[in-house]
Design a protein around this ligand. Structure first.
Ligand SMILES: [Zn+2]
Length: 289
């Protein structure tokens, strides 16, 4: 038995999936959604979290005394000071110090949304790192690390079903912080024997549609990386590169998301030996090798 729940709460404007699966006498819930959970009818034995992002974890603010199996990295990222530091580093790298001072209040308000989640997981409920999670120890649930969309991301496998979180999101443009890791995560995911994938957004996929989704998604990300490589002039600031690549008029938040993705592409191009990023001062400068 599997029940699919879709939640949506501003500022997000797209539905987020979470799932409740019953195997034998055990009820598992995968992710917690964007609205506070109400567990009157299906209180799970375990909640399994795919990654730390707000739209997949905020639901825990409505939960009490649940066993929440969660990657150690996700717990670290949910430390209230961590997200602020990460956003600050990205804005400094792209825009420099003055822009950071101007954007700080907006960012602080945005990041404030993570504080109740951190409290909900660590104080209201019982967080269990994956290596100590009883159904994982017993082999009833397995998982693989799937970084790329976020650094802490994992996919779970229960009873022939794959719970892929934001590694797959048909109908939605997924953002990546590390495209090369994402590609290897998807190969890993396809090497596991499952029959249906349940994504973080959008509808379930059988293996044939999952393969199609993966090919299309990877090719669009590689196209974007080619565009970034082709737009680099020697000594270009990331901000100027961003204006060349994303010519749309982006809101503050979307500009930040685009900057985060662009830094991911540039770090990958650096790994591949195509560019060098000069990080000695802000904003960062990109050079051809
Ligand atoms: Zn996400």
């Amino acid at each position: 038995m599997i029940d699919i729940y879709k939640t949506m709460k501003p500022p997000i404007t797209y539905p987020v999936n979470h799932y409740v699966v019953k195997v034998g006498n055990t009820v598992y819930q995968i992710d917690a959604g964007a609205e506070p959970l109400k567990h009157d009818s299906h209180r799970p034995d375990y909640v399994l979290i795919t990654h730390w992002h707000w739209d997949h974890t905020f639901g825990l603010t409505g939960a009490k005394d649940l066993d929440v199996c969660i990657p150690k990295k996700s717990l670290e990222l949910l430390d209230p000071d961590k997200p602020l530091e990460r956003v600050r580093n990205i804005i400094l790298a792209v825009e420099g110090g003055e822009a950071w001072e101007a954007m700080k209040p907006i960012v602080e308000a945005y990041i404030g949304r993570y504080k109740p989640i951190s409290v909900a997981i660590k104080e209201q409920n019982n967080p269990i790192p994956l290596e100590d999670c009883p159904p994982i120890i017993k082999g009833e649930v397995s998982y693989i690390e799937c970084p790329g969309h976020s650094e802490d991301h994992v996919c779970y496998f229960i009873d022939g079903k794959a719970f892929t979180g934001d590694n797959m999101a048909p109908g939605w443009n997924i953002t990546l912080i590390d495209p090369l890791s994402y590609i290897s995560s998807l190969y890993k995911l396809m090497s596991v024997n499952w029959s249906i994938a349940y994504p973080g957004h959008g509808e379930p996929l059988d293996r044939a549609s999952a393969t199609k989704y993966i090919v299309e998604t990877i090719s669009s990300k590689i196209k974007r990386m080619c565009k970034a490589a082709a737009s680099i002039e020697n000594g270009i600031r990331i901000r100027d590169l961003m204006n060349k690549i994303y010519n749309e008029n982006l809101s503050e938040v979307m500009r930040y998301v685009a900057a985060r993705s662009l830094i991911g592409y540039l770090k990958n191009l650096e790994t591949l030996g195509v560019v060098r990023i000069r990080r000695e001062s802000y904003p960062w400068i990109v050079e051809k090798v």
